[in-house]
Design a protein around this ligand. Structure first.
Ligand SMILES: Cc1ncc(COP(=O)(O)O)c(C=O)c1O
Length: 388
């Protein structure tokens, strides 16, 4: 009986993607705008590297689209997170709060700075960091130092920053998280890598924190091949971000002057050209993906499998559609059957504190994360070609 339900699901997904027999990936890029034209322009003008009109243009478009004052193009989302954490003055004596349910890059970037991650649970209805549990941790397990920062009572480390994530494009309760961060003097950096086009109460994700970051990796809602963006309303942080991502070079007509250790993290013109073309189409793309989510939602409405919907206050981009199974046994059977039938489905990421390099991290209130890890599955969510 269980297998027949899966067969129906497989048939439904094949119909949705108008693909009776070919492999259906989780997500694939679609280039049906000005991508070729702008790439050709890069080659014709020889501006293929870190200088060029498309980098500036893409940054301006991202600032306009998200409503952030500044957007700084970065080589990828991971590098954008690294830079944001450095700009937040996070270092070896610090801790950074994040959620254990995320792509590995979130915690890796924290470790790049030498800081320790502290993992706090997610909410079941958003899959984002729980503001209540965040506050419980800060209230019960940290104390205020003479410098006005919070210090972990156990480790004596300063709790400098918090990195919530908008999981699979669904906005977390970012205003509540922001209120807690402000109360406890913790810098808020939003990992909005997955949530381009996703709004929290009408305002774009990534623009609530001191800084926010986006990814334009090949599997994302829009892609630049590889690329990322740091957004902020803070003039000084934006200036510093550009400086750090361009080898900390002080502008001079001919001399090589560098005034601190910088990084070769600048987005390149070829990637930005793709980004401009993709961003021109963003609203069509989001509409297409939201329509797919609606069809999935209707299909699973009568099933014992639950389709994960957007929180009521949000407009989600539904980057990767997600279903929640009854239990791990059903999940594993579903993963096996769909993948064996050429339909790509994936469990969610392993909880970060279970990975060998983060095993020694502090973790608090993990029951929702533990539950979600066992039952959640991503299903094909790419842009559908409605004309085929
Ligand atoms: C939540 C999250 N954070 C960070 C990243 C890193 O972005 P990138 O792959 O562009 O380095 C990704 C995606 O790849 C992500 O999903």
């Amino acid at each position: 009986m269980m297998e027949s339900k899966f067969r129906q699901t497989i048939e439904f997904i094949r119909e949705l993607y108008k693909s009776p027999d070919k492999f259906i990936p989780l997500h694939a890029p679609v280039f049906n705008g000005n991508e070729k034209k702008y790439l050709t322009d890069c080659i014709d003008t020889t501006f293929v590297s870190s200088v060029g009109q498309y980098v500036d243009k893409f940054e301006q478009m991202m600032a306009d689209y998200t409503g952030a004052k500044y957007a700084v193009g970065v080589i990828n989302g991971t590098a954008a997170l690294h830079i944001a954490l450095m700009l937040a003055d996070v270092g070896t004596k610090d801790e950074v709060i994040t959620q254990p349910v995320s792509f590995i890059a979130t915690t890796n970037a924290i470790k790049y700075t030498g800081a320790q991650p502290v993992f706090i649970d997610i909410e079941m209805d958003t899959l984002g960091l729980s503001a209540d549990k965040l506050e419980s941790f800060l209230k019960e397990h940290t104390t205020e130092g003479n410098d006005g920062y919070r210090y972990n009572k156990n480790t004596k480390k300063r709790v400098k920053a918090c990195v919530p994530m908008h999981t699979f494009g669904h906005p977390c309760r970012i205003d509540q998280i922001k209120t807690v961060c402000e109360k406890y003097n913790v810098t808020l950096i939003e990992d909005a890598a997955e949530s381009i086009g996703s709004l929290y109460k009408g305002k774009h994700t990534g623009t609530f924190g001191d800084m926010g970051i986006f990814s334009f990796n090949g599997n994302k809602t829009i892609t630049t091949g590889g690329g990322g963006m740091l957004v902020t309303d803070n003039t000084l942080l934006a200036k510093k971000a550009k400086h750090l991502t361009t080898q900390a070079k002080v502008p001079h007509q001919w001399e090589y002057i560098h005034d601190e250790i910088g990084y070769n993290y600048r987005l390149i013109n070829v990637c930005a050209a793709l980004g401009v073309a993709q961003l021109e189409n963003i609203e069509n793309i989001i509409e297409n993906k939201r329509e797919t989510a609606k069809l999935y939602s209707n299909f699973f409405a009568t099933s014992d499998i639950k389709f994960f919907s957007e929180p009521e206050y949000a407009r989600s981009n539904f980057w990767l559609s997600l279903i929640l199974m009854k239990d791990k046994t059903q999940r594993d059977a579903f993963l096996k059957e769909t993948n064996e039938n050429g339909i790509m489905t994936r469990p969610i990421w392993k909880l970060h504190y279970k990975l060998p390099m983060f095993e020694d991290s502090e973790t608090y209130f993990t029951e929702n994360s533990e539950h979600i890890e066992k039952i959640a599955v991503n299903i094909p969510s790419g842009i559908r070609n409605n004309n085929s």
